[in-house]
Structures are given as structure tokens and as C-alpha cells.
Design a protein around this ligand. Structure first.
Ligand SMILES: Cc1cc2nc3c(=O)[nH]c(=O)nc-3n(C[C@H](O)[C@H](O)[C@H](O)COP(=O)(O)O)c2cc1C
Length: 173
């Protein structure tokens, strides 16, 4: 089994979570390629991974848009993701998402009103016929640009380990 992890990140928190989730998958010997969404390309039926993991920051309670990304770019000198985001990448992926095993995560502020990019990603992928191997997961940031809560990277690594087990069980079915 091999995994592809695609993420979007403006200030680096979602990127840090992506690396921690990948470390968790690697703990259980799942080879994983981590790609920023702008360089990820679209997996075809021939090249698609056994497990696709997608992560993004929550913007306006869901996935980023060109407008929210412009707003984010106004906050700092350079952002990590500089072009299109997961929303546009999914537009191209959905045609070949049927049957793909997926897991999704986001970073978001604490609280019920924060919304969730992960839920938006999960909804689009399952509507396209993909199979979520675990429920969408959120990792909490302390503010828009201020980074993650202290324990979130350890939680992310642990989530990656669980993901490895759930994905292996789903593949065996
Ligand atoms: C334009 C904009 C809108 C945002 N809207 C939300 C929101 O609705 N809910 C939320 O929890 N966080 C929101 N945030 C905060 C992001 O969740 C936070 O910036 C992100 O998790 C940081 O991840 P990153 O460093 O990978 O970009 C917003 C951030 C920006 C820039």
C-alpha cells in the first residue's frame, strides 16, 4: 500500500500537519508522498495511490477561494501555497475519484462556528464516489496566522497511524 498526501497551506500550519500525518503513516510502514497542491498533479486511474489524503486550511467556514487566498496573501510577505488551492484541484480530480480510498483533514480555529474545509473536501469526494476510510479530522490553530495549538502535531501523527490501520482494513475488504 502507498499513500499520496496533497495539502494547501498559506502560513505553514496545514503543511506542518501534513508532514506529521505522513510521519504517522510511515510509522506503520506505509510509503507516503507529500505534495503541495500546486505541484501535485492529478492522479489518473493508472497512477492513483491506494490511499489519497487531502488537507487544507479552513477559510470562511469551508475551502479557500481565490478571494480568501488573496486576503491571506495580504497578511504576510510570502505564503506557502501561491496558486490554485484544493478547491480547484478537486474540480479536476472528481472525474476519476470513484472508488478511491480517501481521508481528509483541515486546520481551523476552535469552536462550533469555525466551519471545516475537511467536511467540504469529504463531501465533494464522496459525492464523486470516493470512500472515506476515516471521518474528516480538524487540527486547531490559535489564530489566523499564529500557528497550531501545542499538542496538534502529536495528534496529527497519531491520526496518521490510525489512518494506516483503517486504510489497511479497508483495502482488505
Ligand atoms: C481569509 C481567511 C478566512 C478564514 N476563515 C476561517 C474560518 O471561517 N474558520 C476558521 O476556523 N478559520 C478561518 N481562518 C483561519 C484559518 O483556518 C487559518 O489561517 C489556517 O488554519 C492556517 O493554516 P495554514 O497556515 O496552513 O494556512 C481564515 C483565514 C483566512 C486567511
Amino acid at each position: 500500500m502507498a499513500a499520496l498526501l496533497v495539502f494547501e497551506s498559506m502560513y505553514g500550519s496545514t503543511a506542518a500537519v501534513a508532514e506529521a500525518v505522513a510521519a504517522g503513516l510511515a510509522d506503520l510502514r506505509i510509503p507516503v508522498t507529500v505534495c503541495e497542491v500546486g505541484v501535485a498533479g492529478i492522479p489518473t486511474l493508472a497512477t492513483r495511490p491506494d490511499l489519497l489524503v487531502v488537507g487544507a486550511p479552513t477559510h470562511q467556514r469551508g475551502l479557500s477561494t481565490p478571494r480568501t487566498r488573496d486576503a491571506a496573501r495580504g497578511d504576510v510577505a510570502t505564503t506557502l501555497s501561491r496558486g490554485d488551492g484544493v478547491r480547484e484541484w478537486l474540480d479536476q480530480l472528481v472525474a476519476q475519484a470513484s472508488g478511491q480510498a480517501v481521508a481528509v483533514f483541515d486546520t481551523a480555529l476552535a469552536g462550533r462556528l469555525a466551519g471545516s474545509a475537511a467536511h467540504a473536501i469529504g463531501k465533494r469526494l464522496t459525492r464523486a464516489g470516493a470512500e472515506l476510510v476515516m471521518p474528516p479530522e480538524s487540527f486547531t490553530v490559535t489564530g489566523r496566522t499564529s500557528g497550531l495549538l501545542p499538542d496538534e502535531l502529536e495528534q496529527a501523527r497519531s491520526w496518521g497511524r490510525s489512518l494506516a490501520l483503517f486504510a489497511a482494513a479497508a483495502a482488505a475488504r
